[in-house]
Design a protein around this ligand. Structure first.
Ligand code: 5GP
Length: 143
């Protein structure tokens, strides 16, 4: 699969953007949406995506990327403030071979708590939506 293939309007994040499936939303503006990862690698694993469609870093408009990265920093600050993790990992995957599973650009904000073992990428268990919504509210309140 090419890094710059055709954008699939039916990918799961496009459906979240269209409100066709639920998500525990953290923040939204004209350019980006942030919501909780449904299969967290660590508690409070948060995602930031652009509203404009792109598969990954390679086909994203630079201005959109600027908005997304500014959003990543903003949400990461709020995650830090809300949950005081020992560290925060920020990741982004390009292409199936690199581990990308959803083909709409996204950045992972993964809090690292020293006492907890983090799940490997793509190995998280499905989280309870009520728990995710409470975490999202706490991050929103810290913005
Ligand atoms: P990737 O593997 O493409 O870097 O990341 C995709 C992320 O989307 C994974 O961390 C996965 O847990 C998350 N994910 C997959 N399906 C859903 C979903 O339906 N809702 C939410 N909120 N996250 C999802």
């Amino acid at each position: 699969m090419s890094l710059t293939g055709k954008y699939d309007q039916q990918n799961i994040f496009a459906k979240i953007l269209r409100d066709e499936i639920p998500a525990a939303k953290v923040y939204e503006d004209d350019h980006i949406l942030s919501f909780m990862d449904a299969f967290p690698q660590s508690p409070c694993h948060t995602l930031v995506i652009p509203k404009q469609p792109s598969r990954n870093l390679f086909d994203t408009d630079p201005q959109q990327l600027l908005a997304v990265m500014t959003g990543v920093q903003k949400i990461a600050h709020a995650v830090e403030k809300a949950f005081s993790p020992d560290g925060i990992i920020i990741t982004q995957f390009n292409g199936e071979a690199a581990g990308q599973t959803v083909f709409h650009l996204h950045f992972h904000i993964i809090p690292k708590f020293s006492e907890l073992t983090m799940q490997r990428h793509g190995r998280g268990q499905i989280a309870d939506m009520q728990v995710l919504r409470k975490q999202a509210e706490k991050i929103s309140a810290a913005l």
